[in-house]
Ligand binder design. Structure first.
Ligand code: IMP
Ligand code: MG
Length: 371
């Protein structure tokens, strides 16, 4: 399922191109049956019907003429009830069969206007065909001869239909949906576990943003921001940057992220105070931490992996088993506290990190999909 944003609203996929096509073909068949012995005039109601009319007449295999009327009644997602006729009819319609091609009939106000417009045109027949119909809101006692798909009273866009001008070009139909809460995950794993690789894969797979505290620090310090200068003053003295400075930096980054489906926090939180601050910050934004995902690999396996890597990478901290053990020790001591913090909220997920890269991505995805 894909979610799109038009202006301030979100829409999710609802009716596929195939279903629209099938409904159109069925309408063409019914209209053909009724009109094939004469030359009907198909009149599309602009703007919404342009795509439907194009596809409809392309499938109509008998003689026909095509014209348009432009009416408007909608503003935003609500029918205003007032119909304006913006482009009228020039053709002489006396004695002709007119088939109105509508994209959607909602309250029926537009349909009422159509009946009014054509009532004095001395037509042979007036037929109404609509691709979509909302029976729950239709208030009129007017005949609709051909109906493609009936839908509940939900605002839709695509296939000619718009939300304040946007969305007409979408090939399928989308339905309005509440603003999605993005999925924020905290990715953890001891050194050498493949966290970076998995973060990149998840990022691409789900369109996530990767926020690494290390990168955040470096960029603030490099840009010489107020927070960067402050952080540097601690780092230069060999002290830890206080949580409130770290959190301020993180907030400034998160508040300015490009749109994505979620955030992978990497290297954050490091302390329980940071975890609490993150919860509070996200809550203010109407968001939550989805879960703490930890890639787990037995330590002895990791040590041999790192030593192997050290042979080719030249990283000194990958070559000394004692240094490696120290790093693990530090990692486990710190994350244990966070593990407890998230476990009590049922948000801790340990994922087996032994196996093929794709297998591990699959395991992480399973967790990601259910949170
Ligand atoms: P009615 O006059 O209330 O029947 O509304 C008919 C017109 O309103 C249609 O021709 C559309 O232009 C617009 N409309 C009704 N429902 C929707 C919708 O769900 N999405 C977009 N436009 C709609
Ligand atoms: Mg319309």
């Amino acid at each position: 399922m894909s979610i799109i944003k038009l202006h301030d609203k979100y829409f999710k996929t609802y009716i596929s191109e195939e279903k629209i096509k099938a409904a159109t073909l069925s309408l063409v068949q019914q209209v053909s049956e009724d009109c094939k012995d004469e030359t009907p005039i198909f009149i599309g109601i602009l703007n919404g019907s342009f795509m439907f009319v194009a596809d409809f007449v392309r499938e109509y295999n008998y003689n026909c003429e095509v014209s348009f009327v432009k009416l408007a009644s909608y503003q935003g997602t609500n029918s205003t009830g007032k119909i304006k006729q913006l482009v009228g009819i020039n053709e002489d319609l006396e004695g002709r069969t007119v088939v109105i091609l509508e994209d959607i009939i909602d309250t029926g106000n537009t349909l009422q206007e159509i009946y009014d417009i054509f009532s004095d045109k001395k037509l042979k027949r007036l037929k109404i065909a609509t691709l979509f119909f909302k029976p729950d809101v239709f208030k009129k006692e007017l005949p609709i001869d051909y109906i493609g798909i009936s839908i509940p009273d939900k605002f839709i866009v695509g296939y000619g239909l718009d939300y304040d001008g946007l969305g007409r070009n979408l090939a399928s139909i989308y339905q309005i949906t509440p603003k999605p809460t993005i999925k924020n995950i905290l990715l953890f794993g001891p050194p050498g576990v493949g966290k970076g690789t998995q973060a990149d894969l998840l990022k691409a797979k789900y369109n996530l943003t990767h926020v690494s505290t290390g990168d955040v620090f470096r960029s603030h310090i490099k840009k010489g921001t107020e927070l960067g200068i402050l952080a540097k003053s601690y780092i230069d003295k060999g002290n830890l940057v206080p949580d409130d400075v770290t959190i301020k930096m993180l907030k400034s980054v998160v508040n300015n992220l490009p749109e994505s489906n979620g955030i992978i926090f990497d290297g954050f939180p490091r302390t329980k105070a940071q975890a609490i601050a993150l919860d509070k910050f996200l809550e203010e934004k109407g968001e939550i931490v989805g879960g703490m995902l930890t890639i787990e690999v037995p330590t002895n396996l990791l040590i041999s992996r790192l030593l192997e890597r050290g042979k080719t990478s030249g990283r000194s901290d990958d070559q000394d088993e004692n240094k490696i053990l120290n790093r693990f020790n530090e990692y486990f001591t710190k994350t244990e506290i966070l593990k407890d913090y998230y476990q009590t909220q049922n948000k801790y997920f340990g994922v087996d990190g032994v196996g093929e890269i794709s297998e591990i991505t699959k395991r992480l995805s399973e967790v990601f999909n259910k949170i």
